[in-house]
Ligand binder design. Structure first.
Ligand code: ARG
Length: 569
């Protein structure tokens, strides 16, 4: 499709010698409503350069500029407003619909540059709880978005599978554990053991010494310690895997913290050689004062390394292995300081790629009262939330079947697609940094700004196309698409690519979430005000093709959020 913004830059570049293309591009705005044009350029920014008042500058430019892409270039106050040629817009969009089909709007900005997206990263032998869903769902969506834009993505699950707590786990298991019980209900049992040892250690401090001993054994690859640790890891991964399957989330690598234990000594050595390690009360730290950050501990006074040490090692490993263009960490906002320290250390080590490591933080999710009924022990398990969502959708679908007196073909599958999709959609609906409250009614409603609403609109278009015997090969007359609603739709379709580009630049899938809800709304308005399958064959063909284009964008948008788009609902 023609890039209209670029056309504007071409035009202005010739007139404004003092600004380069990027500067001009950054100044172009999208007016709040279309009566002010599709794009606007503010004259204020040129007042200094031309030594003229902004309104006059806008007026002069309006008089000189000319381009068939725009039916009007008009000065309004200090703004220069550009009105895209409607016929051209329709032609461009419809051509893209026909040519690219499911890949409408796809552009290759990534050019196969390698991008690591790290997300989910739960701790083994700990519950996979509702808090993990944010990292998992946001990260998975970012990976899909980067893929779509032509990057070579690598999805990494940086498992929390290392640290002194595994000494405690082993000691607890040796005292009170039972293989069969654990195997039946791994995480729950392991958590129980962990809670118990922390409790009992208050009275029996020797448990802590034993635990420390077990961790040392683990570090020295003692057979028994290693066997138990591997078993904890395996049973945890099996349980996580169940949830990942439900979510349709997959990783290219499960290299977690333990993977880096052997590589750490070399990094510590490198830090020493570069003269970056300072003694502080027995610990070894990196001073980060010049970054206005607190000092970072690399080695604790007891000689053990920590979480941060493993992250420095992992970052270096990833650069060496993948030569990433970006290394993205989708981790909660509680760890902002940790990642600032990580980047600062890498920078201090002299790595020019330090700032290609990007922390993408997000806020907390709270649960409304009453949602807590599925708590097992003291935590809400993600798996239970997903199951509950699917169950609730089952109930909604059953009620609909009764209402309509007609059974759905694949209610079970549909309940999964809608139930899990709804939870993901809710997750991706707001700016990620915002805390939010999870609310069942809002999540599962078939109306309003929800996943089921978008899925339903998609399914509605699918059946419309079937009813109208839609054929992609039909030639259509784009001039027939000239109703106000149709022009709104074309404009909105044209903007799809921008929403994906914004989402990837700002690491915010919610640009896409909002975009597809809006598109669904615009379509439903059209559907209610316009007869699509009419007696006029030419008109019908044009309207069906437009609907087909919308359907493809809705399903692609959902796919980029990791949500399925059923054909029938
Ligand atoms: N396992 C950690 C947790 O659950 C998150 C790991 C984040 N990733 C990283 N590279 N530090 O809090």
């Amino acid at each position: 499709m023609i890039n209209f913004v670029e056309r504007i830059v071409d035009l202005l570049e010739k007139e404004i010698k003092d600004l380069n293309r990027d500067e001009i591009n950054n100044l172009i705005e999208i007016p709040p409503d279309y009566t002010m044009g599709d794009y606007a350029f503010p004259g204020f920014s040129l007042a200094k350069i031309f030594r003229k008042n902004p309104a006059l500058i806008a007026q002069d430019l309006a008089n000189t500029l000319e381009d068939p892409c725009f039916e009007k270039i008009e000065a309004k106050g200090a703004y220069l407003n550009f009105f895209v040629n409607r016929e051209l817009l329709a032609k461009e969009v419809i051509e893209e619909v026909k040519e690219k089909r499911e890949d409408f709007g796809k552009v290759n900005v990534g050019e196969n540059k390698p991008v690591i997206v790290e997300y989910s990263s739960p701790n083994i032998a700990k519950p996979f709880h509702i808090g993990h869903i944010r990292s998992t769902v946001i990260g998975d969506s970012l990976k899909r978005i980067y893929d779509f834009l032509g990057y070579d993505t690598i999805s990494v699950n940086h498992l929390g599978d290392y640290g002194t707590q595994f000494g405690l786990m082993i000691e607890a298991y040796k005292n009170w554990g039972d293989r069969e019980t654990v195997e039946k209900n791994p995480i729950q049992e392991l958590v129980k053991l962990y809670v118990r040892i922390n409790e009992e250690a208050k009275e029996q401090p020797e448990l802590i010494d034993n635990a420390r001993n077990w961790f040392m054994k683990l570090e020295n690859k003692d057979e028994e310690a290693l066997e138990l640790w591997e078993w904890f890891r395996d049973v945890s991964l099996e349980e996580f895997g169940r949830v990942y399957d439900m979510l349709d989330v997959h990783f290219d690598s499960y290299r977690g913290e333990s993977y880096y234990s052997d590589l750490m000594p070399a990094i510590v050595e490198e830090l020493k050689e570069k003269d970056l390690l300072v003694d502080s009360q027995g610990a070894k730290i990196v001073d980060l004062e010049e970054y206005k950050l607190p000092p970072a501990i690399i080695i604790k006074s007891d000689g053990s390394t920590i979480y941060l040490t493993r992250d420095v090692t992992a970052a270096k490993y990833r650069k060496d292995t993948y030569d990433f263009y970006k290394n993205i960490y989708v981790v909660g906002s509680q760890q902002i300081l940790h990642f600032n320290q990580l980047v600062a250390i890498l920078d201090k080590m002299g790595y020019d790629w330090a700032y290609d490591c990007v922390h993408v933080p997000f806020g907390m999710v709270a649960l409304e009262e009453g949602t807590l009924s599925t708590r097992r022990g003291n935590v809400l398990y993600l798996e239970d939330v997903l199951n509950k969502s699917v169950e609730k959708v089952q109930d909604i679908l059953k009620a609909r079947e009764e209402e309509r007196g007609e059974a759905l073909e694949n209610r079970d599958q549909l309940a999964k697609q809608v139930g899990i999709g709804a939870v993901k959609f809710q997750e991706l609906f707001n700016q990620r940094i915002k805390d939010y409250i999870f609310d069942w009614d809002k999540t599962l409603s078939f109306e309003g700004e929800t996943g089921p609403y978008v899925q339903y609109t998609h399914a509605r278009i699918c059946s419309l196309l079937q009813r109208g015997n839609f054929n992609l090969e039909d030639d259509i007359n784009t001039e027939l698409l000239n109703k106000k609603e149709e022009i709104d739709i074309l404009r909105s379709m044209y903007a799809f690519t921008d929403s994906v580009i914004d989402a990837h630049e700002k690491y915010e899938p919610y640009f896409i979430t909002r975009y597809i809800v809006d598109l669904a709304k615009i379509f439903n308005k059209y559907y209610n005000s316009t007869t699509i399958i009419t007696d006029d064959l030419e008109l019908t063909k044009a309207r069906l093709l437009l609907s087909y284009g919308i359907k493809n964008i809705l399903s692609k948008g959902l796919e980029l959020l990791g949500i399925e788009a059923p054909m029938k609902m």
